[in-house]
Write a protein that binds this ligand. Structure first.
Ligand code: MN
Length: 226
């Protein structure tokens, strides 16, 4: 667990992302921070992060989490991030590493379901409970083989069957920040980012989201977004 790679990839005199302080490794509490950041970079993805030993273990999930236990979502492990990164919502300048818009899509606690998290990570089978604002219940991250050029970095994020499992497409039904209720386009707009590009990660506009601005127009007169 180290922030070396994280720091190598970034120029903190340009990017507003946290530079990362050193934290004491001795943290044995069972409730640990959990966050998912929706990130409209070159590709839209969801950064799934779990606090462990003073850093945020991180996986990039291209399609985001699914509440359906029959759906396995690819999760590529990326470099550990500093704990304070979990509060970062804003715009990374274009041309910098991960340039684009970042939203805190979910946050809360995670509770390991095994006593030895290091051993579970080593084995490639980490079971845990999420107590987030959007995601809850039991989940597993399982290491897989055969995806692309970095097979040891490929994991699958899967919902276990419990009362929080459902067919709801939660990335579509709950697109807003849990910190600020903003959409990606709002965050980009507030931070001088590329609003048009950020908006491609938001749900297509509906009359409801424009409520109060315009009266509803008949469906056949609506502009088709291409
Ligand atoms: Mn990312």
């Amino acid at each position: 667990m180290s922030l070396k790679k994280y720091k190598e990839k970034r120029n903190f005199s340009i990017s507003p992302e946290p530079s990362g302080k050193s934290h004491s490794i001795v943290s044995h509490k069972r409730r640990l921070a959990y966050v998912i950041q929706k990130h409209r970079a070159s590709q839209l993805h969801y950064d799934f992060r779990l606090e462990f030993k003073g850093v945020l273990l991180s996986w990039a999930v291209p399609k985001g989490p699914s509440l359906d236990p029959s759906v396995k979502r690819l999760a590529m492990q990326v470099e550990d991030h500093p704990l304070e990164y979990g509060k970062f919502e804003g715009t990374i300048p274009e041309g910098e590493y991960g340039g684009g818009t970042v939203m805190v899509w979910d946050k809360g606690d995670w509770i390991p379901e095994s006593d030895d998290v290091s051993a579970a990570l080593e084995k490639g089978d980490l079971k845990f409970t999420l107590e987030g604002k959007k995601l809850r219940g039991s989940w597993v991250l399982v290491r897989t083989r055969g995806f692309g050029s970095k097979p040891d970095k490929s994991w699958l994020l899967i919902k276990h069957r419990d009362k929080f499992a459902s067919n709801e497409d939660i990335v579509a039904t709950k697109p807003r920040s849990v910190l600020s209720k903003r959409l990606l386009a709002d965050i980009a707009s507030d931070n001088g980012g590329d609003v048009e590009r950020a908006a491609t990660g938001d749900p297509a506009k509906t009359p409801k989201s424009k409520a109060g601005m315009k009266r509803k127009v008949p469906a056949q007169n609506k502009k088709i977004r291409t």
